[in-house]
Design a protein around this ligand. Structure first.
Ligand code: GAR
Length: 211
């Protein structure tokens, strides 16, 4: 069983999707053993508590800079013997030392089809505002490994979702969560825990189930 740590900063609907998937037996060979929040009082912590999962607040504002925060986070995750780190709406930047320490062991969910609408400044509702302003007819979600380039790591899974007439950033965000994020993230986490993700440079190959 691999130990999964889920890192959050907000409401935690993606965390909930992971909790529900685990309960339904859909995360093979993995268990969510820790939730880390970058802000105190976020609803994701309540979701963790309700599911009986240990929740830790590592508040970004308690640390002077990115390096100090990244080091504390690395120490915590190593101390807890974390095998997989999942960024589920985690809005805090970490440094290169952190991503190198957990190379191909950090998974992020991004609410657009990378390489569109990604990188610095593209997070949460800003992503959907930009997609609507550009007039795209399709957006979606991407689950990818995290490396030192913001939203630039190897792509694991993607799913397209239609933009509808009259969409607001909020309605588009909700549709992308429902139709893509909440399915893709648990699926990618299970594939990782089953040892079915092979990474070669920028390309991830999904291996068949082990016999
Ligand atoms: C999700 O839409 C996630 O894809 C996005 O923030 C939201 C968090 O919602 N993440 C990013 O924009 C990262 N760049 P949640 O807290 O309800 O899971």
């Amino acid at each position: 069983m691999l130990n999964i740590a889920v890192l959050v900063s907000g409401g935690g609907t993606n965390l909930q999707a992971l909790i529900d998937a685990e309960k339904a037996g859909k995360i093979k060979n993995g268990r969510i053993s820790l939730v880390v929040a970058s802000r105190p009082g976020v609803y994701a912590l309540e979701r963790a508590a309700n599911a009986g999962i240990e929740g830790v607040v590592l508040a970004r504002k308690e640390f002077s800079d990115v390096d100090a925060y990244s080091e504390a986070l690395e120490n915590l995750l190593k101390e807890k013997k974390t095998d997989l780190i999942v960024l589920a709406g985690f809005m805090t930047i970490t440094n290169e030392k952190f991503t190198k320490a957990f190379e191909n062991k950090i998974i992020n969910v991004h609410p657009a089809l990378i390489p569109s609408f990604c990188g610095k400044g593209f997070y949460g509702l800003h992503v959907h505002e930009a997609a609507l302003a550009r007039g795209v007819k399709l957006s979606g979600a991407t689950v990818h490994f995290v490396n030192e380039v913001c939203d630039g790591g190897p792509i694991i899974l993607q799913k397209a979702v239609s933009v509808e007439n009259g969409d607001t950033p909020e309605t588009l965000q909700r549709r992308i969560m429902e139709q893509a994020e909440w399915q893709l993230l648990p699926e990618a986490v299970s594939l990782f825990c089953e040892g079915r993700l092979e990474v070669n440079g920028a390309v991830v190959t999904i291996l068949p189930p082990k016999a």
